[in-house]
Write a protein that binds this ligand. Sequence first.
Ligand SMILES: [Zn+2]
Length: 157
Amino acid sequence: MRRTIVLAGLAATIAAVPAGAQDLAAFRPADSYPELGQVLPTARAAWPGSPCAGREEIAITDTLPPGASEGSLGAAATFGGRCLVVLKPVLLQPGWGYELCVAVTHEFGHLAGFRHSDDPADLMYPLLDDVRYEPCRPATKPPDPPVPPGIVSITPD
Ligand SMILES: [Zn+2]
């Protein structure tokens, strides 16, 4: 089944809707989420000029701010000098490492000031299934299994 998932940009929405401030206590520094692993450095590397680099705060919740389009899995906004990203918990389910990385990178793009693109090849295209971002593949690849000690390669006689 095709997952058509919108990655909302709410640069205007949270700022414009005071109710969006209701969950500000839910945001934690991005680096306090060990489950994000290599996603954060990968996402930051995509936007080297971002004024939010290293200052991102993330809330993982099914409650998106008002104005997020239906089906959105993430949202981002700057609010009161803070750099806020909302991620839906489904993004952290097993097997979704690549999708998580693309979503976080996309939302960090909003924090860097970018709006949505009409180009499916662009990170700022709003439909997750259509976005391809190769740096997210190694960032989310499971580690190789350890090589058992003492095993040597077999060579033909
Ligand atoms: Zn977006």
